[in-house]
Design a protein around this ligand. Structure first.
Ligand code: KIV
Length: 296
């Protein structure tokens, strides 16, 4: 009998997965946490290969993948499907599924039921919800059901209309104080980390000091415990204005357009496909086929 207290069936399941408590350790060591969004199996696999720690199956998919004007119409089913795809590709990173607008606001019961779907059907390791206020009780209920929860304060795109649009938050002393209090309340409710979106660095740093769990910033300066960026923004999938906080690490959109342009040109000129892209048939079979009367 093995001395390993971990039964084999658990060992294979957890093999290589970043343990959730490691995130708090990273904060205390001062090691930065790297998070990126992903929405399908190839991007999950690539993020894993690049060594990112956390993958967010974000409702940003509604805008950057599905071409909507906001994240509001994204459905729970969409996030469930995308989480299934991402978890097929990503093995080491913890995969966090966003709870879309309308999936947790009504009651603790609704929030728990839908978080369970994301874990049970989607295969998520954790879920994320937006705002302080009533979301604090929802976070507590989901944590109580045994599901790790990530909070999200500052610019919360699901309620951007109330905030006056996609605008930086916490820019007055009073709003900054409220924002830090919301983050503290989410930690007290059991959240294992809190995203701070589009807030001034001084406010993000104050929240980071006030929390024992890690903060993950997006447009929140360098003082947070980790950073997150949206896949399509950071890899340059499209032209046009990106939020101020986006750094483009690649121009994948340009490479795709160039590749498709070459493909179109070669199809039109007949230089693609070549012999090496085709399947062979034994000569005698081909000759017999060519001798046979053609079907009417
Ligand atoms: O949906 C998303 O991608 C997010 C990040 C911007 C944090 O919530």
């Amino acid at each position: 009998m093995s001395d390993d207290p971990k039964p084999a069936r658990y060992a294979s399941w957890t093999a290589g997965k970043l343990p959730l408590p490691e995130l708090a350790e990273m904060k205390s060591r001062g090691d930065k946490i790297v998070m990126v969004t992903a929405y399908d199996a190839p991007s999950g696999r690539l993020a894993d290969a690049a060594g990112v720690d956390l993958i967010l199956v974000g409702d940003s998919s509604g805008m950057v993948v599905h071409g909507r004007e906001s994240t509001v119409p994204v459905s729970l089913d969409e996030i469930v499907f995308m989480t299934q795809w991402v978890t097929r590709g990503a093995k080491r990173p913890l995969v966090i599924a966003d709870m879309p607008f309308g999936s947790y606001e009504e009651s603790d019961e609704q929030a728990v039921r839908n978080a369970v779907r994301l874990v049970k059907e989607g295969g998520a390791d954790a879920v994320k919800l937006e705002r302080g206020g009533t979301s604090v009780a929802r976070a507590r209920a989901i944590v109580g059901a045994g599901i790790p929860v990530m909070g999200h304060v500052g610019l919360t795109p699901q309620t951007a209309t109330v905030l006056g649009g996609f605008k930086a938050q916490g820019r007055t002393a009073e709003r900054a104080q409220q924002l830090v209090e919301d983050a503290v309340a989410l930690e007290a409710a059991g959240c294992f980390a809190v995203v701070l979106e589009a807030v001034p660095p001084a406010v993000a740093s104050a929240a980071t000091r006030a929390l024992t769990v890690p903060t993950i910033g997006i447009g929140a300066g360098a003082g947070t415990d980790g950073q997150v960026l949206v896949w399509h923004d950071m890899l340059g999938f499209y032209e046009g204005r990106a939020p101020r906080f986006v750094k483009r690490y690649a121009e994948v959109g340009e490479s795709i357009v160039a590749a498709l342009g070459r493909y179109a040109e070669e199809v039109r000129s007949g230089t693609f496909p070549e012999e090496r892209h085709t399947y062979r048939m034994p000569d005698e079979e081909r000759e017999a086929f060519e001798r046979a009367p053609s079907p009417k």
